[in-house]
Each structure stands twice: as structure tokens, then as C-alpha cells.
Design a binder for this molecule. Sequence first.
Ligand code: NAD
Ligand code: MG
Length: 390
Amino acid sequence: MARSPQGQKSIAVFGATGSIGASTLDLIARHPDRFRASVLTGGKNVEALIALVQHFKPDHAVIADESQYEALKSGVAGTSTIAHAGAAALADLAAAEADVMVSAITGTAGLLPTLSAVRAGGVIAIANKESLVAAGGIITREAQRHGATLLPIDSEHNAVFQAWAHARHDEVASITLTASGGPFWSRSLAEMQDITPAQAVKHPNWSMGQKVSVDSATMMNKGLEVMEAVVLFDLPEDRVKVLVHPSSVVHGMVQYRDGSILAQMGAADMRVPIAHALAWPDRLDWDAEQIDLTALADLAFHAPDDDRFPCLALAREASRRGGFAPTVLNAANEMAVEFFLNGTIGFLDIARLNRHMMESMTAGGDITLDDIIAVDQDTRRQALAWLSER
Ligand code: NAD
Ligand code: MG
């Protein structure tokens, strides 16, 4: 069926100064006919945000760190961009009209902007998996209520979204997310004991922000992604499979009950899923690398190893327990990664802290956004207590 491409879309990039932000802005810069940046946000790095404002001339720029407001204001003086600062401005501008809101802040800091875009009934291209894990039920409920559309950018979920096509829910037997295995896939537990932050943030196939790189190294990233897929595709955890696939060519698959498997393949370049989400329901010709399948040595797939990478099994347990368990595990893990990156704990302690917090949590009842925020904050306080008692 012929479909004519849409006109220029306005794109609000939350987390513009990060890795996903840079990939998104690269696509916007290649296609001024199709895209325009309307809002750009950054966390602390005001110089980086100012440089992006000079280049992309958005209507609004927000720096999350309020102490940088004056610096942002003077940096954008003489442009048509309005400067803002702080969490409330982030949430307000996430609700402002944009054709697509790209949710690419890292961690639970992305939750309120994401929820605010969802409540405005917009199209949200979501990379920020932590919000879907911490508050998945609320986000999907509010998306239904307000008619918002969630388009996954996380490469595996984008792959599943593409391969799901127009199938009915009951036609799908399971979905598969692939994992590269991270930089330590072939190491023994003893060899993982002394891994440094510098080693952990060096991923073999993908170039990403620090948090998600450490998560890939522990395979908690795949755990978060299983919980993310449970939310996005409304499947129980045991129908979300994981396969280690070191060449990172196949990103995700849908196994149908009739025996067919549809897989999405592509280069290990986040611009592939981002281009899909930005142009959706069209497809963008952005000069993507077309992988040469004859040049591939193999397309091997392996079962994950829960003994060496216990975080994936912990995430499955959190998903089965439901309630606040994913919120607790997500917050514990954010703290653990922070402690590891600043040298306070070792690499294997990340899984230890995550397990400790899961074991000490109490079951929750009805879940509101305030409950989620309270549990998230309480988990972070307990993680600090765990650290000081060691
Ligand atoms: P990054 O660290 O490179 O960038 C994070 C962005 O969020 C930056 O703009 C930063 O300034 C901003 N930020 C950080 N803390 C903030 C706060 N408290 N308030 C407001 N803004 C804040 O991270 P990234 O690699 O771009 O990842 C972003 C999100 O996308 C993460 O949730 C990650 O899991 C997900 N993701 C990333 C990749 C990837 O390839 N990088 C792939 C899949 C999913
Ligand atoms: Mg991913």
C-alpha cells in the first residue's frame, strides 16, 4: 500500500547531551526536511547543552541542575532559545507539544518527564528503560488513558516491535531479546573479582553511557530489558527469552505459535532503532550501513549463564514477584552502579547489593506514583546503609 511520507516533525530530545541524544541529533541533522529539534535537555553539562543549542536552535533548552541556570541563560543569549532549569521545567516541557518526545535521560531521573509526556498523550520514543521498570504499570495505564504511543528505542525492544508487525497477542508464543554478553562473557567468576570501572565501561560492540555500559557488563541490562519487555509487550517473564549472541546482528525475535520466527537484524548502531522510531510509521533513508551477511563468521546463540551473571535471574525473580520488586531492584542497581563507578564497591558486589535489597524488601499493595517514588527513595537510603555497615 502506498503511503506518502509526513512533513517535518518536531522532536523533543530529553537527555540530548548523552549517547542516545547524540545519535538522535545526528539523524535530525541529516534530515532538516523531516525533523526539527524543539526541546533539548541536559543534566549537568551546561557547555555541551549550549553547544547543541547553538547548532540546533531549539525553542527551549533545559538544564536539570538548577545551579547552571545562569550559565545556560547567558550561553543562549542572542539565540531564539528560551532557557529553563530544574526538574519541574523538565516535566513541564515534556508535556509541551512535540511530534515525538525522545526519552533518553538515564536512570529513574527520566521517570517524571516520561510520565508527563505520556499524560499529554504524545508519541514517546523511549530509551529510558529504568522508568518502564520502576513504574511500568503506571506508565502503560496512563498511556492507555491518554492515548499516548510508546515506541521502543532500546534496540532489542525496537526489534521485537518491528517483528511483531500486526500480529494478535495470542498468536505470539514468546519473544527473544539478544545480549552481546558484554565485555566479560568469557570470564570466570574469579576473573571478574577485580574488574575496574574503566574495564567495565568498555563494551565490545556498542558505545553507550556509563550506567548502561556497567549494566551490560553485569548483564543487569538484560535483566532490566526483560522487565521492560514484560511492560511493553504485556507478556509474562517466562515468555521473554534471552539469548547471548556475541556478534550483535540479530537484535530481537518474535516466535509465533504457527512455528515461524521473525527476527530483526541490523548493524550495532543505535541510529537504526532511533531512525525507526523517529520516522514511524515511515522508514527513513539516512545512509545506514547495510550489513554484509557473507562477511559474518557466524551467527551463534548461547543460553545465558545465571551463575556467573546472577543479575538476569534476579530481574526475572523481581518480575515474577511483581508489585514493588522491579522498583526496588532498579533503584538498588542504580545505587550499586554508582558505588562501583566511584570505586566504593567491587564489580561482583553489584549483584550482592541487588540481592540483599530484594531479600530485605517487604511486599507492597496498591501502587501509586507516590508509592513508587517513596520505595525508590527508601531503597536508595537502605543501599547507603548497607554500604556503611560493610
Ligand atoms: P548517557 O549517560 O550517555 O546520557 C544520559 C543523559 O541524561 C545525558 O543527557 C545526561 O545529562 C542526562 N541526565 C543524567 N542524569 C540526569 C538527571 N538527574 N536529570 C536530568 N538529566 C539527566 O546515557 P545513554 O547511554 O544515552 O542512555 C540513556 C538511556 O537510554 C538510559 O536509560 C539507557 O539505559 C538507555 N539506552 C541506552 C543505549 C545506548 O546505546 N546508549 C541503548 C539502549 C538504551
Ligand atoms: Mg538494549
